[in-house]
Design a protein around this ligand. Structure first.
Ligand code: NDP
Length: 470
């Protein structure tokens, strides 16, 4: 079985701590091994990064932009091989994995072209006052298992563009495509600037607590995000935390069911529902509840479930057994409370972690499936009568990543969407994420934003240069 090395300061290394298995969700069996790094390698990667930072921070914007453009070109040249690796470690169908890789290319190119202009606050006979944006130093990126390649790109590209060195730690469930990314990046940046450490047991925690790391950018569960915040307090690390969500969508009366069913299904079941900004609670006005439920069931029945490497497959497995067990428990709880499972609702027999797209009706707030983040292929559909009341229910969550309102009158829908307590409010769409639009959650869904100019500034420290001309 092939063993993938981790990367310290740009160099491939075998595991001082041995190695661990990487499981293929479509078969439930290991298909590769990954070298495991420990604290010693973390210390070494930090020391190399700090050395490299002295030079990298002085590189010009043109140099860093060119490095990112070259990285994007190399990713694109190797897109299919990377996508196949993503399918094997993560489970998504190949076409979606290609979108993940090409999304990474688009993000890298956007970051390559971005500017960090100096803001001149005063230029008079007396003073010239400039606001500069300097890199922070060493940034650690900790990523999850749902979009392993793209989220690593989201974290690493703005960090490098701003002049930081980066140590990336992918989820131990999906380390391989990030190692491939690290290998590509290392070709285009000076030694020491880029490390990818893979390992199990405590590596992420050690990074959060490491005094030589200046910032953590983390995507994952709220619980782990809270630990990162606590551990990072040791040297007041800068933080960007992209955490869980339980996005509500409100469908207003008069909506065209046939028109909205497809986009709603896609937003809920994107990546088998394992997406932070997926639509996770669907509130439908009672006047169109039955027809929308039926239209969604029709779409669920069209899913071709199987190994994502097989031709024609549109719906892959859940990534890991723990997540599958959570989905099973939430559906069992809903059934026990009298909800109706319209389709799906049982794990598929045979190998792999397959669970079909599942729609659950006759359910309401107070049920675990509505109140908790399922992060899997099951959607609760809740009927409502009163728009003001449903808005309160949508907002009555500790999570506040995204939310959406769907309706025939765009202005009215937008007015309601503006009252959602969420970092993003979509109208007649959901989970639309772009490199140029800032994205981040409120409440327990996150801290700080990614993407856009704000997302780049999050990897910088401001320095005011105040020159008195007297
Ligand atoms: P975690 O938050 O546990 O893991 C995310 C990353 O953090 C992984 O790289 C993990 O490493 C690392 N990590 C684990 N413990 C620590 C620590 N103490 N300090 C620093 N880093 C740490 O998420 P899970 O993978 O367990 O997923 C659980 C839930 O998280 C899901 O059910 C879902 O609700 C949510 N989630 C949200 C995502 C999002 O995009 N917002 C993405 C994925 C999950 P390792 O894997 O090696 O333990």
């Amino acid at each position: 079985m092939h063993e993938y090395p981790y990367i310290v300061g740009g160099q491939a290394r075998s595991g001082s701590e041995g190695s661990f298995e990487v499981i293929e969700p479509a078969t439930g069996k290991p298909f590769a091994r990954c070298a495991a790094a420990g604290r010693e390698q973390l210390d070494e990667a930090v020391a190399l990064a700090r050395q490299a930072f002295a030079g990298w921070r002085c590189s010009s914007h043109e140099q860093r932009g060119a490095a990112l453009s070259n990285i994007a070109a190399d990713i694109e040249a190797d897109a299919e091989a990377i996508a196949r690796l993503i399918v094997r470690e993560q489970g998504k169908p190949l076409a979606l994995a290609m979108n993940e890789v090409m999304g990474g290319v688009a993000w890298a190119r956007y970051r390559a072209a971005q500017q960090l202009p100096v803001e001149v606050i005063e230029d008079s006979g007396q003073n010239r006052i400039e606001l500069h944006r300097r890199p922070l130093g060493v940034v650690a990126s900790i990523t999850p298992w749902n979009w392993p390649f793209m989220i690593a790109v989201w974290h690493i590209m703005p960090a490098l563009r701003a002049g930081n060195c980066v140590i990336s730690k992918p989820s131990s469930l999906t380390p391989l495509s990030t190692l491939k990314l690290g290998e590509i990046i290392a070709r285009h940046v000076p030694a020491g600037v880029m490390s990818v450490l893979t390992g199990v047991g405590g590596l992420g925690g050690a990074m959060a607590a490491h005094p030589g790391i200046d910032k953590i950018v983390f995507t994952g569960s709220t619980q782990t995000g809270q630990r990162v915040m606590r551990d990072g307090a040791v040297n007041l690390k800068r933080l960007t935390l992209e955490l869980g969500g339980n996005d509500a969508a409100i469908v207003l009366p008069g909506s065209d069911v046939q028109q909205i069913a497809g986009p709603i299904f896609q937003a809920a079941f994107l990546n088998m529902g394992q997406t932070c900004a997926a639509l996770k609670r669907l509130y439908v006005h009672r006047s169109i509840y039955q027809p929308l439920c039926q239209a969604l069931v029709g779409l669920a029945q069209q899913a071709v479930i199987g190994n994502g490497l097989e031709e024609g497959v549109t719906f892959g497995p859940v990534q890991n057994p723990d997540q599958l067990a959570l989905v099973e428990a939430l559906v069992a709880d809903a059934r026990a409370q009298g909800a109706t499972v319209l389709c799906g609702g049982e794990r598929l027999a045979g190998e792999g972690f397959f669970y079909p797209p599942t729609l659950v009706a006759d359910i309401s707030d107070g049920s675990r499936l509505v109140d908790e983040e399922q992060f899997g292929p099951v959607l609760p559909i809740v009927a409502y009568d009163d728009v003001e009341e449903v808005l309160q229910r949508a907002n009555a969550s500790q999570f506040a990543l995204g939310g959406s309102v769907w309706g025939p009158d765009g202005e009215a829908a937008a007015a309601l969407a503006a009252r959602l307590e969420s970092g993003v409010a979509w109208v007649n769409c959901h989970a639309q994420i772009r490199p140029d639009t800032p994205f981040g959650g409120c409440k327990m869904s996150g801290y700080g934003v990614e993407f856009g100019q704000e997302g780049l500034l999050a990897f910088t420290a401001q320095q005011l240069l105040f020159r008195h001309k007297g």
